[in-house]
Design a protein. Structure first.
Length: 519
């Protein structure tokens, strides 16, 4: 009896901090069809009430409100399309989740889609809920059955599987926060156990197609690093948040792969909800989101009496559709994927045959003049980067040409070989027009790429350089002058011309880098 009681205590503590990874068990019953009106009368009862959050309504309401009251509302960055929030016990993760839900307060949504990982129940595809209502100590919320039907018809791998939801906490713990932040809404609970890019992309497309023109909030429920030391968790999680801020699923995939390959002691996963995070990033971009903002980070070691070993990380992120003029002319997700496909096909055909592939485009956005950089990486290391600054040809053709040059004509590297094609990560950066600035004070390295010009010498850094190196503006400009333009390091202070531009960057992971995650 003592051994059993001890085991129960360990499970309770692990669940409270969110440290529950997927347990592989025997296959469960398959998906059900969309239920009839009879199922609409059923109620999904709380499974982790009293363990992850208080069971008494007053205590639960007070804890949530206390967390929300400690967060200052940040200036509206546009339309809030999605949030990424943790799903651990409230005493550990609620202070972080509150930063995201504080942004939700004061807004109105007809439907909220919450996508979480299935920690214990394995299945393929996507698990929807056919139950009519979900309950918490704060009341009941109606499930949007019309949305459930539309998503399942659009993406056949998304089917009703209430058995997967029965004991899962990743969606449930979001419900009380939503009830406190929003006056009225319908719910679409979704679980994922297959984190493959194909499954994420299929669900994202179905969500975006259904949500267009509707008032919808998307939520990815995910904790971050599991079980490293406090110091390692901070480093790993900061790098993951930086990847998420790019809103680039390829960056999330490759960053996860790189961090997991480093042998960090105790690290079991970087994102236990990697699938939900990737799906929400894709769907949010399809719905026009163009800016991600990290709102808060902490880990279980920051909680009162929280251990500094074997910690779990928590992050809160908001995804916005901005209202600024910079959105004009931005490429949508399908156009980005088309350019990435052109770049990969161009490289493969040139390496295999030595010929330039033909590009035939009907999309006006890809046919208009454009300038782009194509960056190649192999195992996370630079393998080639070539770009243009002047829009002299159709964007699709420019991407093709720069991709070939990055693979075969970057003087810093030998040409890409055929046996490397499957390991190449490709990033395309589409440039805005160059604008000259009067001084370095006008340069915001968090969003600007920079070109320095003096006589016939010039050098360029993409905006990604500052994010990847952590350089200050002064250090970045010094490196730019010395390493890229062959000028004195202080030329930017002494007469050299400075130009800025912005980029829309998106990437495709190496074909062999796609992975299924079960944490």
């Amino acid at each position: 009896m003592r051994r059993r009681a001890g085991l129960v205590a360990v499970i309770v503590v692990a669940a409270a901090i969110g440290a529950v990874l997927l347990v592989r068990v025997r296959p469960r019953p398959g998906p059900q069809t969309i239920p009839s009106a009879e199922a609409a009368l059923s109620v999904r009862a709380p499974a982790v009430m009293g363990m992850f959050y208080p069971s008494a309504p007053s205590a639960l309401r007070d804890e949530i409100q206390s967390c929300l009251d400690k967060v200052d509302v940040q200036g509206a960055a546009g339309d809030l399309i999605a949030i990424i929030v943790p799903h651990a016990g409230y005493s550990y993760s609620a202070p972080v989740a509150a930063y995201a839900y504080r942004q939700v307060q004061g807004r109105s949504y007809d439907t909220v889609v919450v996508i979480g990982p299935s920690h214990r129940f394995p299945f393929s595809g996507v698990a929807l809920s056919g139950i009519g209502q979900w309950s918490s100590p704060l009341g009941r919320v109606e499930v949007d059955r019309a949305a459930t039907e539309a998503i399942s018809k659009s993406y056949p791998a998304a089917q009703v599987l209430d058995a997967a939801h029965e004991r899962e906490h990743s969606v449930e713990v979001q419900l009380p926060f939503l009830q406190a932040a929003l006056e009225q809404f319908k719910l679409v609970p979704i679980l994922m156990a297959d984190f493959s890019d194909d499954n994420c992309r299929g669900l994202a497309r179905a969500l975006a197609d259904w949500a267009k023109g509707k008032s919808v909030l998307l939520i990815a429920s995910s904790d971050m690093s599991h079980y490293p030391s406090y110091e390692d968790a901070v480093r790993v999680d900061r790098e993951m948040l930086k990847a998420i801020e790019t809103m680039d699923v390829g960056q999330v995939t490759t960053t996860t792969k790189r961090l997991m390959s480093e042998g960090v002691p105790g690290l079991a996963t970087c994102l236990c909800g990697e699938g939900p995070v990737k799906t929400v990033l894709m769907a949010a971009k399809m719905l026009g989101a163009d800016r991600a903002q990290v709102l808060k980070y902490a880990n279980s070691g920051d909680a009162p009496r929280g251990p500094k070993a074997g910690v779990v990380g928590y992050g809160a992120v908001a995804l916005y559709r901005s209202k600024s003029p910079e959105r004009e002319g931005a490429l949508h997700w399908d156009q980005q994927q088309r350019l990435l496909a052109i770049a990969r096909r161009a490289i493969e055909e040139y390496v295999k045959t030595g010929r330039q592939c033909e590009v035939s485009e009907t999309d006006p956005a890809l046919r208009r003049p454009g300038a782009a950089f194509v960056t190649l990486k192999k195992n996370g290391l630079l393998r080639g980067c070539i770009g243009s600054l002047d829009p002299t040809k159709a964007l699709a053709e420019d991407v093709r040409d720069r991709a070939i040059m990055a693979a075969a004509a970057d003087p810093r590297f030998s040409p890409v070989r055929g046996d490397e094609l499957g390991a190449l990560e490709i990033e395309v950066s589409v440039l805005s027009p160059l604008v000259r600035v009067a001084s370095a004070d006008k340069i915001d390295i968090s969003k600007h790429g920079v070109m320095v010009v003096s006589g016939v010498r010039r050098g360029v850094f993409l905006p990604q350089v500052a994010r990847e190196t952590g350089w200050t503006r002064e250090v970045l400009l010094t490196h730019l002058c010395q390493e890229k333009a062959g000028l004195p390091g202080d030329a930017w202070r002494n007469g050299a011309e400075l130009y800025v531009f912005t980029v829309q960057a998106f990437s495709s992971p190496a074909p062999g880098a796609q992975r299924n995650a079960g944490g």
